[in-house]
Design a protein around this ligand. Structure first.
Ligand code: DGJ
Length: 798
């Protein structure tokens, strides 16, 4: 809802939030309030506050508005040069060398629905959704011929307000945009903790939290991709806000390139938050009459803790960002050959893998890197998107058809944005790579980036990929991107536009993706960038899922998936069970834990299934059956974090169906501690007054885990790791069952589910929970309806 008081005040309200702005006497657009919803009024003047007498050292805006200083005014768009000494959100350079900009209110319009942003990914109202409204406020500075359109779209039901800004040069001469943040939001206080998701390769989106203090806090990417270093996400949490209680503001940028987010506490304790394209190494020349659109940002607030903030983002991404075609559509269980074979495969090997995969219940076979050009390692062939006939004599067509005959779908890996110097493409078009004409380029993974700021390259990729996807008949594509930007220079741009390259690259990428999304609506695209180097809402607009991380170790994945869930829903996170030991950290983790972690996401397997033992095969078959049975819950349920791997030895999380009738809890332990105390689970999101059946997934323990201790219980003596031990371990499925019981939602959520004690070194009986190092369990909670009760009475009577 957008309430226009008619006095230059606007109250944007969602179900639980209010966002209020006011045009000041000076014409500046000031923020009055953002937070918990308040009632509508005829005016909001009391929410405005400024100094009655300007503080010493301040700059008075003008003679007409005595004592008014911009430095202490909460602004929706902030520029440099008229006394605001905080970071500007828009900075321009004019032809005469001046930089002063002063945008004031010109007009506004309100309309139902929301228009897409030109050339950029942006959220959209669901079909038939009528409660989305947009307010566009135009600010202008007539002295320099600039207009800025600030857009606010209100998604009432989701508690999300989207913001973006479009700059228009209405003057006669060119203007250089040096900074244009997607939003500027000033708070009247700064007592928040700032939470960000940071990391690096195989360690993405770890959660960091710290109190704000006077000065500037910022995160950014200068890598040309949103990057694993800092996700384009920022959260402001109350000092006492936890997962379930307290208030949290969340900000997310719908953009995949170099970005920046900042939180600045001013000397007067005002807090300024901004997010947008990184102004570093950026500028955009606007000729007279031209406009520039900044990416969209998503703003939310919740007083239900960090989980509340995440829920708002999850629901929003699931319903308003990912392609409509894939919303709520079950994703297949896949086998990817990367960690199974790397570059060393041929058609026979792939078919053997696929054959075994089909027997295990896998639904999609994905052929990863190495199928094209002469790519036997990572030094060559990117750009040459035709089959290596030595590995695939019958091409992708024959392989695909054989795979489909096995009952599997066929998917393919590509890395279209890249080129190796050792490739036909590079020989033909050396100037299509991003590099300087007179300086040898630095490489990442031996490769160069293609210049997507060049329209010719964009068109070439559209055609090449359309042809490849058509002839191979793939139903899934993994779109990889394995290096960060360096040697930024485009042979296609004039000198004065070189600082446009990084953003133009992203626009070129979006143009290709837009084309492919429309041309191949039924292909399921998964985006990837050395794992999670470009996990952002921009990519999700074209590709509904992302390869979360190259780290497939289940224990490392607890951190990564926990952190990722701050902003992104389970339906977007690719998660695979891989082999032993982990290729990333050399850790051995029980096969059941590898599944229990990967099940919270889009399940895949990434190991040589032709070489696994009989025990693992049986276990995997049961895992896949279980996942399929609960797929909807795992992929589209509401995710709650309960206990953080960053704070303790234990990780607890869960997923609940939207109506609260079914849930799955994941309980994971890093290391076994000696003589442990008791543990409970207090699930979230259940219905207080409902009755639930609680049980655990039956898991299997490989008796090799007991080593020589097996002789304590086995009637037959066996040598640890000897032939008999190995034979028994392969065939004996040591079942780990959990109690089944009934309990009310209130009892479970408030009193908790009392788990039996873990193994404490004094022996074993059936009541003891064997968890061990890197052990885990899944618990299933299902509502018992009146009909279920009646049916069970009926069946016991008959
Ligand atoms: C990086 C990806 O994240 C991996 O999964 C794999 O596809 C390799 N690239 C292939 O080169």
């Amino acid at each position: 809802m957008i309430h226009d008081t008619g006095k230059g005040e606007f109250h944007l309200s969602t179900q639980n939030t209010s966002y209020i702005m006011k045009v000041l006497v000076s014409g500046h657009l000031s923020t009055l309030y953002y937070g918990r919803r308040i009632r509508e009024k005829s005016d909001y003047i009391r929410l405005y506050r400024n100094f009655a007498l300007a503080p010493g050292g301040s700059t008075n805006y003008d003679e007409k508005t005595a004592h008014f200083t911009l430095d202490s005014t909460r602004l929706e768009a902030a520029s440099y040069g008229k006394g605001d000494y905080r970071e500007p959100s828009l900075s321009l350079l004019f032809e005469d060398g001046s930089r002063v900009l002063d945008c004031t209110y010109e007009s506004h319009r309100i309309y139902n629905g929301k228009e897409p942003l030109e050339g950029l990914p942006s959220s959209f109202p669901a079909d038939g959704e009528s409660d989305v409204q947009t307010l566009v406020i135009t600010l202008s500075d007539n002295l320099v011929g600039i207009k800025a359109e600030l857009s606010y779209s209100v998604f009432s039901e989701r508690d999300i307000i989207t913001r973006s800004i479009r700059l228009i040069n209405v003057g006669d001469s060119p203007v250089i945009t040096e900074k244009l943040m997607s939003f500027n939001l000033d708070f009247p206080r700064s007592n928040f903790d700032v939470i960000t998701l940071d990391g690096k390769w195989i360690r993405e989106r770890h959660v960091h939290r710290a109190p704000l203090r006077e000065g500037m806090f910022s995160i950014d990417s200068k890598k040309g991709v949103s990057s694993a270093n800092h996700n384009p996400f920022l959260c402001l949490a109350g000092e006492r806000t936890g997962e379930t209680e307290g208030e949290a503001y969340g900000f997310l940028l719908v953009y995949s390139g170099s970005h920046m987010a900042s939180a600045e506490v001013s000397p007067h304790d005002l807090l300024r938050v901004q997010m947008g394209i990184n102004p570093f190494d950026f500028s955009w020349r606007l000729e007279a009459g031209e406009s520039f659109q900044a990416p969209e940002s998503l703003l939310t607030w919740s007083n239900e803790g960090l989980n509340g903030m995440s829920r708002n983002f999850h629901d929003f991404i699931n319903h308003h960002i990912i392609p409509l075609r894939w919303q709520g559509v079950p994703r297949p269980v896949l086998l990817n050959n990367w960690e199974a074979t790397y570059f060393d495969f041929n058609e026979q090997k792939l078919l053997a893998l696929a054959g075994e995969a089909a027997k295990l219940g896998i639904e999609l076979f994905v052929l990863d890197d190495g199928w094209f050009g002469k790519r036997d390692d990572d030094t060559s062939s990117l750009g040459d998107w035709f089959e290596d006939k030595k590995k695939l004599p019958g091409g992708l067509e024959r392989l695909g058809s054989k795979i489909r005959k096995l009952g599997l779908e066929f998917g393919l890996w590509v890395e279209p944005e890249m080129v190796n110097e050792k490739s036909r493409l590079y020989e033909e078009h050396p100037d299509w790579a991003i590099k300087l004409p007179n300086r040898p380029p630095s490489k990442g993974r031996h490769q160069l980036m293609l210049d997507l700021a060049n329209d010719e390259v964009v068109e070439y990729l559209k055609t090449t990929l359309t042809d490849l996807f058509e002839r191979s008949g793939v139903s899934y594509v993994k779109w990889d991107m394995n290096r960060n930007l360096s040697d930024a220079y485009s042979a296609a741009l004039p000198p004065e536009r070189q600082k446009e390259l990084v953003h133009r690259y992203v626009l070129g990428l979006y143009a290709i993706l837009d084309h492919l999304k429309k041309r191949f609506p039924d292909i399921l695209f998964e985006s990837c960038a050395s794992g999670g180097n470009r996990f952002d809402a921009g990519m999700l607009y074209y590709m509904p899922q992302t390869w979360t991380s190259d780290n497939t170790d289940a224990i490392e994945r607890l951190d990564i998936q926990y952190g990722t869930s701050f902003a992104y829903p389970l339906s977007t996170m690719g998660a695979h069970v891989s082999g032993e030991p982990s290729h990333q950290v050399l850790r051995n983790t029980p096969i059941e834990t590898r599944f229990n972690t990967a099940a919270f996401g889009l399940l895949g397997y990434e190991l040589d299934v032709t070489k696994i033992n009989a025990f693992d095969k049986k276990v995997i078959t049961k895992q896949i059956e279980f996942y399929k049975e609960h797929r909807n819950l795992f992929q589209f349920g509401r995710f709650h974090r309960i206990e953080s791997p960053f704070d303790s030895n234990r990780t607890l999380w869960m997923v609940v169906s939207e109506d609260g009738s079914e849930a799955m809890v994941g309980d994971y332990q890093k290391l076994q501690k000696p003589n442990m105390g008791f543990e409970d689970i207090r699930p979230l999101g259940l219905k207080e007054d409902a009755l639930y059946a609680v049980g655990g997934r039956t898991q299997y323990l490989n008796i090799k885990a007991f080593g020589d201790l097996i002789n304590q219980i086995s009637p037959v003596k066996m040598k640890a790791d000897g032939v008999v031990h190995t034979m028994v371990s392969n065939h004996y499925m040591f079942e780990q069952k959990t109690d089944s019981f009934e309990a009310g939602g209130d009892e479970l959520m408030y009193a908790g589910y009392r788990l039996p004690n873990q193994f404490i070194g004094t022996g074993y009986n059936e009541q003891i929970r064997l968890v061990g190092d890197f052990g885990s369990r899944l618990y299933h909670i299902k509502e018992i309806t009146k009909e279920d009760k009646q049916n069970s009475i009926g069946s016991s009577e008959s």
